[in-house]
Write a protein that binds this ligand. Structure first.
Ligand SMILES: Cc1ncc(COP(=O)(O)O)c(C=O)c1O
Length: 339
């Protein structure tokens, strides 16, 4: 890290490496609204081909990518089935409802992150009855809070979507973490979905950018909505080159983040005061004794360590900017306080 904070709040906090910055500066660019940016076009073609889709659309963020995906699948008055804890439903400002007049139907999720397919099926509205919104889409998230969805579950969800003629969307913000954890090619994780959103700006370490992948018809609709929400951008090749660099250099190394998360989880589990959950790919969750919170957070601040907290619940995320020395500092801070 260029400053001395060990920041475990999220894998979104990574800063572009020097090599990534240089890749951005060297990129040939053009006006992407005209379809003229060769670096954007190459990245879209590359990921569409590698993940098994007809086309890709490079966009500013995962929130925008999910939103465009939902709006490309659903029309005003349609409904999508989604996990009650899913990012798309809970943490994206209700964008599908605000901008697409799309009704979310949240399905309570099991502890492993899956949404029970029996519940999802029962939530599908009868067709052809004007009392009901039209259920049009099933949306999953992989990884979900770091948890990798089992492929057999995804296959069953695909079968449910097919049976009820629903679209099938994946929020794959951390799809590459799932692929690396399973030891499969990324296209295996994308398999079966009609649309997938991936993020370059999380564990892959790019500063900006996500991509929606799907059929040519779906991407055409999404592209129109991208313009409507002000997401048409011009010389975006600077960013696309950095995203491309991330795909070239930062996918395999996600295994290092997963190994560090495991080391962190094992060290915290050895402290009886803490209740530890995980690791799940690059994430570890821990609950602290409530009466220690104030003092512990002061202790972390003094050690220049940052974590994401909701009350006594912590989320710790390993990423490109956490090296072995940083991890040891974080572990030492927990040990010195709780041992
Ligand atoms: C699972 C998931 N999906 C989507 C997003 C949205 O991405 P962005 O912050 O780029 O809008 C995030 C962001 O953290 C996320 O964790």
């Amino acid at each position: 890290m260029s400053n001395d904070w060990v920041d475990l709040r999220s894998d979104t906090i990574t800063r572009p490496t020097q090599a990534m910055r240089e890749a951005g500066l060297a990129a040939p660019v053009g006006d992407d609204v005209f379809g003229d940016d060769p670096t954007v076009n190459a990245l879209q073609e590359r990921l569409a081909s590698e993940l098994g889709f007809e086309q890709g659309l490079f966009v500013a963020s995962g929130t925008q990518s999910n939103l465009l995906g939902l709006m490309a699948h659903c029309e005003r008055g349609d409904e999508y089935l989604v996990g009650s804890e899913a990012h798309t439903y809970k943490f994206e400002g209700g964008g599908a409802a605000v901008l697409g007049s799309i009704q979310p139907q949240p399905i309570p999720q099991d502890a492993d992150g899956t949404l029970p397919l029996g519940l999802a099926e029962r939530a599908i509205k009868p067709k052809g009855d004007p009392h009901f919104a039209r259920t049009r889409l099933l949306a999953l998230e992989n990884t979900f809070s770091g948890r990798v969805l089992p492929q057999a579950y995804v296959d069953d969800a695909r079968a449910l979507a097919t049976k009820h003629e629903l679209g099938f969307h994946l929020d794959g913000a951390r799809l590459f973490n799932a692929a690396v954890a399973r030891g499969v090619a990324p296209r295996e994780v994308a398999r079966g979905f009609d649309s997938v959103s991936i993020c370059f700006s999380k564990g892959l370490g790019a500063p900006v950018g996500s991509m929606l992948l799907g059929s040519a018809a779906l991407i055409e609709r999404a592209k129109r909505w991208r313009k409507v929400v002000g997401g048409g951008w011009r010389q975006a090749g600077l960013l696309a080159a950095m995203a491309n660099h991330a795909i070239d250099h930062h996918v395999a190394r996600l295994a290092d983040d997963h190994a560090r998360a495991e080391k962190l989880a094992n060290a915290l589990r050895a402290l009886p005061a803490l209740k530890v959950e995980g690791p799940h790919t690059n994430m570890v969750f821990a609950t602290l004794p409530a009466d220690t919170l104030q003092d512990f957070f002061k202790h972390l601040e003094a050690r220049r360590i940052r974590v994401f907290t909701r009350g006594p619940a912590l989320r710790l995320v390993t990423h490109l900017d956490i090296d072995d020395a940083g991890l040891e500092r974080a572990i030492g801070a927990f040990q010195d306080f709780y041992r």
